[in-house]
Design a protein around this ligand. Structure first.
Ligand SMILES: *Cc1c(COP(=O)(O)O)cnc(C)c1O
Length: 484
């Protein structure tokens, strides 16, 4: 009869709270931050701390199948969904029928010590499906429990929007309004989104560029009265649940590439908004034996510049190049603030100060600070990959292993191979299938990539999209008339 007291104390102190990187948000729980990501003070929500897994816990995770692994890992960040419910949601999200195999994210070995972790076998053929499919289950569960409905408003230049639509299609209590730049996406990406005929999915093509779409989303979400009257929410790359769902496949990849938990591996990660690689950082903070996280930028090298020099300099829209790895064409990296929070030893005053400098002066410089001197402990090493490098990597992997990789994956492979150490296995994250980017594959190899089964004729299916000018009021009226 003496055990319960300390146990209860432990449970109470383990209560999991989410805080803001800028320090001015009351502690929140997982389901409170599920539908958002942006904290009330303009910062990003982060867990109060990272759970640290001991040797016994890692050993217990190794044999688990994907859904159970997901539930075990994500469960460490959730204390307001019963574990049994979370497992049921993970089992529904991670089915062989949705991802092509029971492994969900299978490891393909190119040669001993060099692997591809295949994250892009979900419905939209890009890694964003892995997180988004779970998010769909989580949203539906929480909304039903709370008797609420949600209208998701987003802007996309390709992969995020379609992954969100495929995850939310047909769901109870959820509608999706997705803005995309008219005529700017690849024909395949366009067909993927616009051919959806579900009554709860609304595609809006804006006559403008991605930034125009993004600005409209900001303006609509910034109208507090409209936002609450029409129950507007988001699923953008700062969504915390998306980040945490991505932690799982770092574990999966690690277990698949190693035999015991004292081996180290490194990961190569094609990066844009720093969501994918930040999940790798979390896995490493949790104690997964990751030696390096190789961050690959394309020509839009905001992140590579930071990790080489300590200087973070956001780019203007004009300075942001359109490249052949378009999902990495970013001018600032929206999840980066979460990493900087860790880097400055979780000092929210410092983060608030740095992001004021971003607002006022377009960036900040940590070179010469104690924080910068300590950066090596995080294992992040960066590199930059250009169009020519991308083509070369696609050719090399095809020639050496008979495998075709997509242009984003090629950026990661390129940077990973440059930096890898001969004694540490390298796992390159495959973030999309080549079928999505036929033009670049044709340029590299002289022929089209294979179209996966079920996607034949996608581009000739009936498309459903409203084309509109970049006009905030018109978009609001469009939403209002469909969300009474
Ligand atoms: C979104 C995306 C990326 C970049 O991922 P981040 O999480 O934004 O760093 C890379 N490759 C592909 C194919 C993507 O869709």
């Amino acid at each position: 009869m003496s055990a319960p007291a300390p146990k209860a104390a432990a449970a109470a102190s383990a209560a999991l709270r989410y805080v803001s990187t800028r320090g001015r948000m009351p502690g929140a729980r997982f389901c409170d931050v599920l539908l958002g990501g942006l904290a009330s003070d303009g910062g990003l929500v982060v867990p109060q701390g990272y759970p640290r897994l001991g040797a016994a816990e890692l050993a217990a995770l190794r044999p688990l199948a994907y859904p159970e692994l997901a539930s075990a890992i994500i469960g460490r960040f959730v204390d307001d969904i019963p574990p049994g419910d979370l497992t049921a949601l993970a089992r529904r999200a991670y089915r062989a029928e949705t991802f092509g195999s029971a492994e969900i994210t299978p490891l393909q070995t190119l040669e001993p010590g060099l692997h591809l972790l295949k994250l892009s076998n979900g419905p939209t053929l890009a890694f964003k499906d892995v997180a988004m499919q779970l998010l769909g289950e989580l949203f539906e569960y929480v909304l039903r429990r709370e008797g609420r409905t949600l209208n998701i408003l987003g802007a996309t230049s390709g992969d995020t929007g379609s992954a969100a639509e495929y995850a939310m299609r047909g769901r109870q209590g959820i509608r999706v309004f997705m803005l995309s730049p008219h005529g700017k996406m690849s024909p395949f990406q366009r067909a993927q989104m616009y051919s959806l005929q579900d009554a709860n999915i609304f595609n809006v093509a804006i006559r403008g560029v991605f930034d125009d779409c993004q600005d409209i989303v900001k303006a609509v979400s910034g109208d507090a009265a409209f936002k609450s009257a029409h129950r507007i929410g988001a699923v953008n790359s700062i969504n915390w649940a998306r980040v945490v769902a991505q932690v799982v496949y770092y574990f999966k990849g690690y277990f698949a590439a190693t035999r015991s938990n004292d081996e180290q591996v490194s990961f190569a990660v094609p990066s844009g908004n720093f969501g994918n690689i930040f999940a790798g950082h979390i896995a490493r903070m949790m104690g997964l034996p990751i030696r390096h996280l190789f961050l690959a930028s394309n020509e839009n090298d905001v992140l590579d510049e930071f990790f080489r020099t300590g200087r973070y300099r956001v780019r203007s829209g004009r300075e942001t190049a359109q490249t052949s790895s378009p999902s990495m064409d970013i001018s600032k990296a929206s999840n980066f603030e979460r990493f900087v929070f860790d880097l400055v030893e979780r000092d929210p005053t410092m983060v608030a100060r740095l992001w004021r400098e971003v607002e006022d002066a377009g960036g900040f410089n940590l070179a010469g600070t104690p924080y910068w001197r300590g950066i090596a402990q995080y294992g992040l090493v960066s590199g930059r990959s250009t169009h020519a490098d991308r083509l070369a990597a696609i050719r090399r992997i095809n020639k050496d292993y008979g495998v075709i990789i997509d242009p984003h994956t090629a950026d990661g492979v390129n940077v990973g191979l440059q930096h890898r150490e001969s004694t540490v296995p390298l796992i390159c994250l495959e973030t999309a299938l080549p079928a999505k980017f036929a033009e670049t594959i044709r340029e590299a190899l002289g022929h089209d990539p294979a179209v996966p089964p079920g996607y034949e004729g996608l581009e000739s299916r009936l498309q459903r999209v409203a084309v509109m000018d970049p006009d905030v009021e018109a978009v609001k009226a469009f939403i209002a008339s469909r969300t009474k």
